[in-house]
Design a protein around this ligand. Sequence first.
Ligand code: AFP
Length: 328
Amino acid sequence: MNLSDFLNQSCATLNHSSQLSELILSIAEAGKQIAALVAKGKLAGVSQQLNSINVQGEAQMQLDISSHDIFIDCLSSTKVVFGAVSEELASPHYFSDHIPDAPYLVCFDPLDGSSNIALDGVVGSIFSILPAPPNAVRSDEIFLQQGIGQIAAGYVLYGPATMLVISAGAGTHAFTLDPDTKVFELTHPDLKIPAHYPEFAINASRQRFWEAPMQQYIADCLAGEEGVRQCNFNMRWMASMVADIHRILMRGGVFLYPKDHQVTDRAGRLRLLYEVSPMGMLIEQAGGKASTARASVLDLQPLQIHQRVPAILGSINEVDLIEQYHQS
Ligand code: AFP
């Protein structure tokens, strides 16, 4: 089954408007265009680092800007998006020529993991689709919605294969782009994350900045079967959230970007609206759990459109245990 047929079928089942199918297909189109740029590497002339800094205070790659522009163009073609929050823009972008009361808002990270571009590493695009309030006004506040209210979420993974992973509220499903037909085909329907898998993903170089409970949790994992966990763990860290989350959706484990007291003005590195919240929906729709270590990610009330939060995402038994470490 291809993406278009899947969306038509699932939107009918879920009583979603056909406009949602149109919107997700436009995002898939953006993914195809970005995949083509990424696949050209340095030949695309967009892999160099610019002298510019984005609103996050992070160096921008030309491909970050090009990917953002592709997203905006594709969203603009749908006429059903009132406004969009992008990692690359300080303030939201509004689509003035869209239909009155356009029903959707989109929050997106056009190119996540872009520091891997120069290394030909795996990168991705992440998106979250929220309902636009009736009679929406142009303000940051309309985007500050709890993740539990997302209509849909997903990512495009630019790896050996280009994949699209989405949820519209009835499970998490993965599609693979057929390079010959340029069509996303359903290859992994209804992904399910095992409740336990002995593998964690964390940037271990930041160990000294973590809170004590996180230091203890990782130390207990590292102690292996001789320690309190009585289990040997493996570690992975792709420095690309899309790649790490994709692995967890495929085989389980836990992804950790915890609170970090070196950068005290930030509750973590990752952004709630367009990284942690959409990934949280995908993980929970696949039977996993999404937490800040102390609260459910999808229940958080966002306070600012580029707000950062701690991210503990993956196998439910492991996330439950990490929350227990933070309670005692
Ligand atoms: P970049 O987009 O700047 O490469 O950051 C990627 C990211 O936001 C997320 O995709 C990774 O999981 C995380 O940052 C990597 O953080 P470290 O650089 O601390 O490993």
